[in-house]
Design a protein around this ligand. Sequence first.
Ligand code: APR
Length: 281
Amino acid sequence: MKVGIIGAGNIGSNIASLLISQDLASEILLIDINEKLALGKMLDLSTLSVILDKNIKINSTLDYSKLKDFDIVVITAGITRKEGQSREELAKINASIVGETSKKIAEFSPNAIIIIVTNPLDLMVYACYKNSCFNKNKIIGMAGELDSARAKLNLAKLKNISPISAKINVFGMHNDEMIIQTSQDLTKDEFQTIKDETINAGANITKLLGTSAYYAPAAAVVKMVKAIKNGGNIIASVLDDNEISFGKEIKLSKKGIEKIVENEVYKSVDTSNFIKLKKNL
Ligand code: APR
């Protein structure tokens, strides 16, 4: 599979590294407005592929025409939220980056499946949809797998169980309004603790690193690529008939979203902020 990655920063380059090590791509193309950064990452990743004995074509460019007929394109391009910057401001700036990028993808890889990573995630799925004019079943946003993994860690810590066997998932918006669903017996306080810790997980990492998390977000994208390649269920932000996007369980294949797995929790997702912000993009 040919995988294009727009934005060769922390998340983009880690996605490439995981795709190479897990034999998930035959070709990888890195595109970044910072050409030197993309070139440097490409050279480093090419060396990694030789060390791991992987025969993968890896290139970097700013020329979108090289993104011809790719199967999957991941958009991580954007800016991270600065101190004092409102969500509205961030949404406007990143929507214009995601919008421009989406138009280019539509021009050169009209049959691709697009995976969005740029924040604010759910709104960026909408921005991609509006600008690419792709079918809704070809655009998916990465958040649910990441938030669910964070919730699993928090539940495991609280109940002293393995995070791998923790039965908890996160649906809905990729922000404070996320919806947590678990079959584990919890008191109200325990549930609230897990919810608070999951909501704050990203910000905690940012405080420690001075930049947002990247290993786990990259791994979540690669899980989505695997589900596209081999078929499988994952949680992703997907658009509904009203052009509102939030995290739902979906069945993926090489054709895109095959099915949305219905769940009563979708009805309790608060979409008011999304609707308000979407009007200003
Ligand atoms: N076209 C191509 N690349 C761009 C553009 C653009 N118009 N604008 C920015 N970029 C690139 C930057 O040059 C940078 O290399 O996007 C990359 C983003 O990488 P990082 O700053 O390292 O951010 P990262 O941690 O990878 O997060 C990517 O995911 O969490 C979200 O919204 C958050 O913007 C962030 C994105």
